[in-house]
Design a protein. Structure first.
Length: 338
């Protein structure tokens, strides 16, 4: 793949979930030239059909919340490129992100906020049919399977929610889970399981996904033996894991694969900060991720100013900036005001 000319920024943010978008908002508001790189908008946040504990909103869905923060960040000058970061390395006193489309972006500071990725089944056919019938987001893709037959592999709260959403639109939902009961809140799980278009398949697991141009059938191991079921889609809702593979050589991780950070969201690598669900902070909540994004951004800003020999202490948040009032430094990059 041909590499595109490298673009330079003061700050690079990987991930456009609530943590990454908030970081971009805070950085751009300090007149730091910022680029956000993410495969999608919102990350795990878009999986939430309703959020009732985010300050300022009685109720809001995850995508709408992400969209609002995106608009704020863009209004202050943040740039967002929807691409997949496939490599991160140090170069020329900063950090370079390489993307799947051949893009290369250099920044003086780096904020890692790429959240977590859905756990996969690891069975034949899964990778082949991603986006062609295999989905990891019932909230996003359930409407695409209206009147069709689907299999759901899911348990616990996320599995019950997915079963509820899918059974609202699909003709038949084959609900596969490894234990005797699907877990989650018992009353809700029982209510969903009793729907006429839901077929329970306890103590079972998917062995293979088959199809042609898209999913056509699945092979399921059940207590009664191996069965082949004709379906139009496969939904996987078995939890999430940190997406830290590309950063593993750059920063220290804990035993769960989460990035270790201190109270200022600093990682083990100078100039690299992290925020949100990808970190070792135990509470995975949207409002906490947003707060961490702000902390990471302010820490990154202080780091940049220190490199320029300027002492900065951002205590209050009462000043107002005009996005077009920026001072360009010798390198052609935008410098934040002292």
């Amino acid at each position: 793949m041909e590499t595109k000319p490298r673009e330079k920024y003061e700050a690079l943010v990987v991930g456009a979930g609530i943590a990454g978008l908030t970081a971009a908002l805070y950085l751009s508001r300090q007149n730091v030239r910022t680029l956000v790189i993410s495969l999608d908008l919102g990350g795990q946040l878009v999986l939430a059909p309703e959020i009732q504990n985010y300050p300022g909103f009685k109720s809001i869905d995850g995508f709408s919340l992400a969209k609002k923060v995106e608009e704020q960040a863009r209004a202050f000058g943040a740039e967002i490129k929807f691409d997949e970061a496939v490599g991160i390395y140090e170069e020329d006193g900063g950090f370079v992100i390489r993307t799947s489309t051949g893009g290369e972006y250099w920044g003086e500071v780096l904020i890692l906020a790429f959240g977590k990725k859905p756990k996969e089944l690891g069975v034949p056919g899964e990778a082949e049919f991603k986006g062609r019938g295999v989905s990891y987001c019932a909230t996003c893709d359930a409407p695409l399977f209206k009147g069709k037959k689907v299999v759901l592999v899911g348990f616990g709260h996320s599995g019950v929610e997915a079963a509820s959403m899918l059974s609202d639109v699909a003709e038949t939902v084959y609900w596969v889970f490894p234990s005797r009961a699907p877990g989650g809140e018992e009353g809700v799980a029982r209510s969903v399981a009793s729907r006429p278009n839901v077929v329970l398949m306890p103590e079972s697991r998917i062995l293979e996904i088959r199809g042609d141009s898209r999913v056509r059938e699945v092979v399921v191991e059940t207590p009664e033996g191996v069965k082949t079921i004709e379906v139009d889609g496969v939904f996987v809702e078995i939890g999430y894991e940190p997406k830290t593979d590309i950063a593993a050589r750059l920063v220290k991780l804990n035993e769960k694969g989460e990035i270790k950070v201190d109270k200022l969201c600093r990682t083990s690598k100078e100039g690299v900060f992290a925020a949100g669900d990808v970190t070792d902070i135990p509470y995975k909540q949207a409002v906490i991720s947003a707060g961490m994004g702000a902390i990471a951004a302010l820490s990154a800003y202080a780091y940049l100013m220190k490199k320029r020999g300027k002492k900065v202490s951002v205590i209050g948040d009462w000043k107002h900036f005009k996005v077009d009032e920026r001072e360009k430094g010798p390198s052609g990059l935008f410098l934040a005001p002292p």
